[in-house]
Every structure is written in C-alpha cells, then in structure tokens.
Design a protein around this ligand. Structure first.
Ligand SMILES: *[C@@H]1O[C@H](CO)[C@@H](O)[C@H](O)[C@H]1NC(C)=O
Ligand SMILES: *[C@@H]1O[C@H](CO)[C@@H](O)[C@H](O)[C@H]1NC(C)=O
Ligand SMILES: *[C@@H]1O[C@H](CO)[C@@H](O)[C@H](O)[C@H]1NC(C)=O
Ligand SMILES: *[C@@H]1O[C@H](CO)[C@@H](O)[C@H](O)[C@H]1NC(C)=O
Ligand SMILES: *[C@@H]1O[C@H](CO)[C@@H](O)[C@H](O)[C@H]1NC(C)=O
Length: 441
C-alpha cells in the first residue's frame, strides 16, 4: 500500500485495532492527530479489535499532557466479547452488533459520567472480515453496518468501523508491542523523556486465524516500497517493513493442508493426515471445507459429501505436506523473498512472536525461548504420539486445540525458517510471548 503518513492515511479515517496487542496504536495515533490543547484531566478512548475468531474491547486513558505530540496511553479495561468473530455472523448480521452489547455496557460503566461524549470509539476488523468481503461483499457491508449501528446507540464519539488493510494491521501490532514495552520512550525518575537505543526496537510476528503478519525495522533501505510503512512517533521517524499474508493465519493454513491432501488423493472419502495423531479422525462436509476464499478452486464436487481424515502421527510427512502450501520458487527480488513472490529484507533485530505462535510454543513447553535443536526434537516427538497418549497427557485441553498443535508447530517452523529465513543464529532473537498488556500506575 505504499507509504503511510500518519496524518493522511492512518489517523482520522482510521479505525483500528489489531491482533489483540495492537489496539493501543490506534489511540496513540488519534492522540497524535489531535491538535487541540487537551484539558489536564484523563481522556478515554475505546477500540474494538474484531479478529477472525474473537472480538475484544479495549478501553484506554491518557493525560492531556503530550510528549512530542504523541500522548502516553494506558489500558484500563479489556472485555472479551462472547461468541465468535463478527465475520461468523454473515447469516445474521444484527447478531454481530448484538454481541457487542455487554462489553459496551462495561466500558460505559468504567468511564466517568459526563465524559462519554468525548470518548472516541473505533472498531477495526481484520482478516476474517477481509475474507468475508472477498466471498460476499454485501454480507460484509451488512455486518459492518450492524456493528456500527450498535455502537452508535451508545453516547460515545463514534469514529468508525472499518476493515483494516493488512499493512495497517502489521504496523499497529508493531507500534503496540514497542509502545507497551516502552521501546519508543522511557520516562526517567527525574521526570525526563528519554529515547531508548536503536537496537531495542522489536520486530513483531503475529498470527491470527486468517492472516499472519511480519513487521520489523530493516537494517538497510527496502527494495520494494510497497512493503514500507513510515511512521512518526514521539518526534522520531521510523521506516518499517510490514507484510500481511492473507489465508496464512493458523485456521486457514490448517484448511490448506486438508485441501492439499484431498487434491493429492483425488477427492477420496478417506484421507490419511500425517499431522493428525494416530487414532484421531475428523469428518468434514466438503461444503464446509471449501467454503473459504482461501480454498483453491477445484472441480465440481457435492458439498453434501463428507471426507474423513485419519491421523497417522508422521512428522516427516507432515513437514513435507506443510511445505506444499508455500511457493518458494516465485521471486522478483532474489534472494530476498519470503514466499509466494513476496519481497522481504533479511530479518533484523529481536522479535516478539505472539497469538498463535505463542499458544503453540507455550503448549509444547518451548516459550519464551528454546534452542533450535530442542524445538525440532520436541515437535517431532509430539507429532509421533498417538491420540490416546496426547489426550491422556492433556486431560484439560479441548480436542479442537489439541488436534492442531502438531500441524501448527510444523507450519510455524516452516514459516519462520524457510519463508522468513530465520537461521541458527537469528533463531535466538525470537521470543514467544503472550500478548503484552499495559499496566496503569
Ligand atoms: C522530541 O523531539 C525533539 C526534536 O524533535 C528531540 O530532541 C527529543 O529528544 C524528543 N523527545 C523524545 C522523548 O523523544
Ligand atoms: C479422480 O477421480 C475421478 C472421479 O472420481 C476419476 O474420473 C479420475 O480418473 C480420477 N483421477 C485420478 C488421477 O485418479
Ligand atoms: C473414527 O474414530 C472413531 C472413534 O474415535 C471410530 O469409532 C471410527 O470407526 C473411526 N472412523 C474411521 C473411518 O476410522
Ligand atoms: C510458483 O509460482 C510461480 C509463479 O507464479 C509458478 O509459475 C509456479 O508454478 C508456482 N509453483 C508452485 C509449486 O505452485
Ligand atoms: C543468518 O541470517 C542473518 C540475517 O539474514 C545473516 O546476516 C547471517 O549471515 C545468517 N547466518 C548464518 C549462519 O547463515
């Protein structure tokens, strides 16, 4: 999408909230855009992060005081919306709006009386809605209208409900982790603002259900301006690299594996799945499996037919299968491509990997860090286990999570090593971390 200058592209029109970790970015930019002198009391702002599997509301507050034209913001409330992501309400758009009620009520209760009308509220939807829009633009519009309608019923300053661009999503994730970890500014004991050292800026690896983002500050100027994002924060300019891969979020990647297997076996009714554990089998209607713009088109099939995937606990074949969903040969910027022809400069600096990266590695006991050989052997031995053993060892984890850890671990390793090109040395720069949250003092 080219260069983003805060004023023109991000702020103002923008509505955003990203990957649970990034919402603060939106409010930061809002504060930056605001040229009116703020009174010395707290200001509040609300952001809905409408992800593909789940929506959350974040309430922020900040003092009128600004440093180099960017406010210092704290998170005061997080409310998880009951039910699935808003894109799941395509069949009943008003229910998408209705689902937000409880969290809107919570936010209203947390804001001092009289300040509601000065409280901006945004809703930023991510890849789940980008996919719905590809599939059925009308339905996507209706869902966005219904959520807007619901929010407008509250006495807040409604700023918009929008589907974010992938690059915005990546940039917000990056701003947020660096902001929350005080990588842009630090407030010293003497009450002075300090700029931290260059090397302390973190890269962000985020993986939702429908898309995955990589965002970092490259060492050298970028060769492809399309992936460049320019930001000005706390008086300093940052040029960052960001790319969002639609259809490469965890859920869609798992779907790609199933579809790939069906293709290889010519639409068999029973298909061996090397990433599933022996003794586990999964039956899906073809109509559901192919019901995604991420599904490669195939010859006519009866959507009412079923396919059963039978687990074989075969890590070697699983890794081979995972590699087939990437195209590593297509590249206009050799050797600087990740996959599917997308330019990426060499990774640089330290990275935080959160969302699905964290959940997978945390489950395997590999978070926040483990040596590469240990990671590989842990994944291999987990994938070899049969389903009964996996169930017995993890009695409190739901099947819907357990069944995918082997596949998602292999997917993550392929993405990090083969696509993003983390090697033996740079591997130790990745920290698998739970979403960071600001603490108000
Ligand atoms: C604010 O900007 C000025 C110049 O643009 C710079 O000298 C100062 O260090 C900045 N303050 C912080 C906290 O970054
Ligand atoms: C795939 O299946 C179709 C119908 O089931 C059959 O006509 C076709 O010959 C099969 N192709 C291969 C390569 O097995
Ligand atoms: C699937 O697993 C169930 C038990 O978990 C078993 O009863 C059934 O026969 C299996 N189906 C196939 C096709 O193997
Ligand atoms: C990879 O992409 C290139 C260029 O689009 C294409 O020619 C090639 O067939 C693709 N390879 C695979 C394995 O899909
Ligand atoms: C690992 O990757 C970094 C960054 O891409 C590169 O500078 C370094 O030379 C690589 N190291 C090895 C051992 O390949």
């Amino acid at each position: 999408m080219g260069k983003l200058t805060l004023k023109q592209r991000l702020v103002g029109t923008l509505v955003a909230a990203v990957g649970c970790t990034s919402l603060i970015a939106l409010i930061l930019m809002l504060v930056q855009n605001d040229t009116v002198e703020l009174p010395p009391s707290f200001q509040y702002g609300i952001v809905f992060d409408a992800g593909s599997t789940h929506t959350a509301l974040f309430l922020y507050k900040w003092l009128g005081k600004k440093e180099n034209n960017t406010g210092v913001v704290s998170q005061v409330l997080v409310c998880d919306v009951e039910g699935p992501g808003i894109s799941s309400y395509a069949h009943d758009p008003p229910a998408a709006g209705q689902s937000l009620t409880a969290c809107l009520d919570d936010a209203k209760a947390a804001i001092p009386i009289g300040q509601e009308r000065d409280t901006p509220v945004y809703l930023g939807a991510t890849a789940g809605m980008r996919l719905l829009r590809l599939q059925d633009a009308n339905k996507a519009d209706q869902v966005m209208e219904e959520v807007a309608k619901k929010i407008k019923k509250y006495p807040f300053d409604f700023q918009g409900a929008r589907i974010l661009l992938g690059t915005e999503e990546g940039a917000y994730g990056w701003i947020t982790i660096n902001y929350l970890l005080e990588r842009f500014i630090k407030y010293s004991f003497e009450g002075m603002w300090l700029k931290p050292k260059e090397g302390e800026i973190l890269g962000a690896l985020d993986m939702g259900g429908s898309s995955t983002q990589i965002t970092f500050r490259p060492r050298d100027p970028l060769k492809d301006p399309i992936s460049e994002v320019q930001l000005r924060l706390y008086g300093f300019n940052y040029n960052i690299y960001s790319h969002s891969y639609l259809c490469y979020g965890k859920e869609q990647a798992m779907r790609k594996l199933q579809i790939q297997l069906l293709k290889i076996t010519n639409m068999s009714q029973q298909v061996y799945h090397p990433c599933y554990h022996h003794g586990y089998n999964l039956t899906l209607a073809l109509g559901d499996l192919y019901n995604s713009p991420c599904a490669e088109k195939t010859d006519a099939f009866d959507p009412a037919n079923f396919v059963t995937f039978l687990g074989t606990s075969d890590p070697g074949q699983c890794l081979k299968l995972v590699k087939t969903i990437f195209n590593f040969s297509d590249c206009s910027f050799p050797p600087n491509c990740a996959f599917n022809g997308i330019y990426q400069p060499p990774v640089y600096g330290n990275f935080f990997a959160f969302s699905a990266y964290f959940y997978t590695f945390d489950f395997l006991g590999l978070a926040p860090q483990a040596p590469l050989p240990q990671v590989l052997s842990t994944i291999e031995s987990f994938c070899k286990k049969d389903w009964l053993m996996v169930k017995t060892e993890n009695p409190n984890i739901k099947d819907k999570y357990l069944l995918d850890y082997c596949a998602s671990a292999n997917y993550i390793m392929t993405l990090l090593q083969e696509a993003y090109k983390f090697n033996e040395t740079t591997w130790s720069n990745i920290y698998f971390k739970k979403k960071v949250r600001a603490v108000w003092k």
